[in-house]
Every structure is written in C-alpha cells, then in structure tokens.
Design a protein around this ligand. Structure first.
Ligand code: FAD
Length: 320
C-alpha cells in the first residue's frame, strides 16, 4: 500500500499548501511505512519540482497536458483515480482548497473512500484511523474515524510545517487516458491583476476596515502590503460600499484566510470577520479603540490612529 499526494500549481508554481500536504504525507509515512507518491498536473516550472523531494516525496509523477493548467475538476479527478490505482494507494492526501474540495468529493465516490476535510493532525493508527479536523471555522475540533479501506484527507493550511531536508527525486512523465468528455466544462480565460498575491494562498495579509473612511485612503494599505509582499484584504462593509473589490472581502461570507501573519487595520473584529481569519498563525491589530473586540483575538495589538501608525510602520519595514 502507499500514499498518493495530489499537488496544485498556480501559473507553474507549486502552491505552498500542496508542499504542506506532501510534508504531511511524509510524516504519516514515518508512522505507517507507506511510500509517498506525488502527482502534479499541467505545466510546472522545472525548478519547482525539487521542492517535492525535499518535502518528503519518494516518487513523483507528472501529467503534463496543458489543458490541466486550469482547475478542470472532472479531468483532475479522472487522472487522480487512475494514478491512485497505478501506485496501489489506499490514502489520498491533498490541500483543502476550492479545487481540493471539489476533486476530493468526486473521488470519494469514484474510490469508495472515506473523506475528511480540514484535517489538522496526523491520524491515530492505534485507534483505527482517527483524524482530528477543524469545524465551525476553527472554533472547535472533532475526531473522525475512517473505517473505509480507501481514505482521503484534505489538509487545512498552516497545519504542517513544510519539510525541506528530503532527498531529490526525479520526475516520471505519465501518459493517462484523458477522454474529451472530462473536459466538457472548461475555463477558457482567467483574468488576474498581475503582481497580486492570491488572498487564500497568501502568507501575509494586510486588511483594512470601514475605519479607513474611504477608498482614497487605501494607498497606505497598498504600500504596507507591497513592502511585505502581502495580499490585500478588507472587511465586508468595505466591499459592500464598493471601496474594494468583492474578492478581497474576508470573513464568514467572504474568503477564509490562514496566513502566517494577518494585519487588521481599522477593523472592529466582528465575529463574522473573525470567522475568516482565525486560522491565521499571528494576528496584529491596529485600532484606535482599545475596546475593539479584535484585540481579544490578537497576538499583538497597537492602539492608535491607523493614519499615523501605518505609514510609519511601512517606512520602518522599508528601512530594514
Ligand atoms: P466597523 O464595525 O465600522 O469598525 C471600524 C473600526 O475601525 C472600529 O473598530 C474603529 O474603532 C476603527 N477605527 C476607526 N477609525 C480608525 C482609525 N483612524 N485608526 C484605527 N482604527 C480606526 N463582516 C466581515 O468583515 N466579513 C464577513 O464575512 C461578514 N459576514 C457577515 C455575515 C452576516 C450574516 C452579517 C450579519 C454580518 C457580516 N459581516 C461580515 C459584518 C460584520 O458583522 C461587521 O459589521 C463588519 O465586519 C464590520 O466591519 P468593520 O470592522 O470594517 O467596520
């Protein structure tokens, strides 16, 4: 038996959440002795493959068809099922993401597998196969047993440190059966502002709230985000008012983020906003109201006027 890890790429670069998934599988293999096979689809930059061996892959397979560069769910699920059988796998590991969830649910049916998403820990093998997962947007955890022979684990971002001390592994090109029917629905064009860091994948997020008074004041959010190479986010009222685009809206009804660092500027910290950020490893809050609820969820807080603090912070970081 073995483990198969499905990795995602964005514009040729392997996503860090997928490197976490490989590292998770490597840690699991230390307990179970199973081989870690990794599958990548579409165009992936040559230099990026090296990271997979370092993260703990024992074997790497690549299906290079360019039609797989976009998230064609049926096609990806079709390929994973074939490779799962080829490597005699019983466990599929992938990152919890929009594509990961969509692919995993299809594969649960195809492979007759038990699927657990939002996994935050290694399985307890002695108790059968029991994994811990996060629920209620990170407010609680449950332990879930997977008695099915085939298992699918979708790993929550920021769960597993990325391993970097593994051996280099060569990449084997695979030819798989890819009927035209699995491309029945296909993304033909993706419009993306160049140079922007993707919000759900970002390691650092700088987010602004209604306290910033208007879109004309977003320059300082952009300035801080630029020096930190961070993605930009905002609270719901900010996108409802049209100050920022909806795809930047973070929270229960917006994007869920799990960066290493979330900087919340002039955001009160309503429970619906916190629901989208409580997977963050560190939260820094800048708010002029010392009673703002966000301070209770913060690792570090600055009480003061954002218009005074943010430019100084940006300059100080630039000077580093
Ligand atoms: P405000 O509540 O107006 O807070 C502004 C903050 O800025 C205050 O804390 C103030 O002290 C501070 N401030 C003002 N001036 C300055 C200054 N110069 N310097 C520093 N600080 C300053 N909200 C979300 O964000 N995401 C969601 O997904 C979401 N989903 C929702 C779903 C439902 C069903 C409902 C009912 C609400 C939802 N909301 C959501 C709205 C949420 O309840 C809050 O109303 C919203 O988050 C408040 O946004 P805010 O903190 O930017 O604005």
């Amino acid at each position: 038996m073995s483990i198969l890890v499905y990795i995602e790429q964005d514009q040729g670069k392997i996503k860090s959440s997928s490197l976490e998934a490989v590292s998770y599988a490597a840690a699991l293999s230390e307990k179970s002795g199973d081989k870690v096979n990794v599958l990548g689809c579409g165009t992936i930059e040559d230099a990026d493959w090296n990271q997979l061996g370092k993260a703990g892959a024992d074997a790497i397979y690549h299906v290079a068809d360019e039609r797989l560069n976009s998230g064609v769910i049926q096609a990806h699920a079709h390929i994973i099922a074939q490779v799962f059988a080829k490597v005699d796998a019983s466990i599929l590991v992938l990152a919890k993401s929009a594509l990961g969830d969509a692919v995993a649910s299809r594969l649960a049916i195809k492979l007759n597998a038990g699927l657990v998403s939002n996994v935050v820990g290694l399985p307890d093998m002695n108790a059968g196969f029991v994994v811990k997962r996060s629920i209620f947007t990170g407010k609680a955890f449950v332990e879930t047993a997977i008695p099915a022979e085939n298992k699918i684990l979708a790993i929550k971002k920021n769960t597993q440190p990325i391993k970097t001390d593994g051996e280099e592994v060569s990449v084997e090109s695979l030819t798989v059966d890819l009927p035209e029917s699995v491309f029945a629905a296909r993304i033909t064009e993706v419009e993306k502002a160049s140079g922007e860091v993707l919000l759900p994948e970002a390691d650092i997020v700088v987010s602004g709230g209604r306290g910033l008074n208007g879109p004309e004041n977003w320059g300082m959010i952009e300035g801080l985000a630029e020096v930190l190479q961070a993605a930009r986010g905002c609270s719901k009222p900010v996108s409802d008012l049209g100050w920022r685009p909806h795809h930047e809206h973070v929270g229960q009804t917006g994007v869920k983020v799990a960066p290493s660092l979330y900087i919340a500027i002039a955001i009160s910290g309503a429970i619906q906003h916190l629901a989208g950020v409580n997977g963050s490893r560190n939260i820094v809050v800048i708010n002029k109201d010392p009673e703002a609820p966000f301070f209770k969820a913060a690792d570090y807080g600055i009480v003061g006027d954002a218009f005074d603090i943010v430019p100084k912070l940006t300059e100080a970081i630039k000077a580093l």
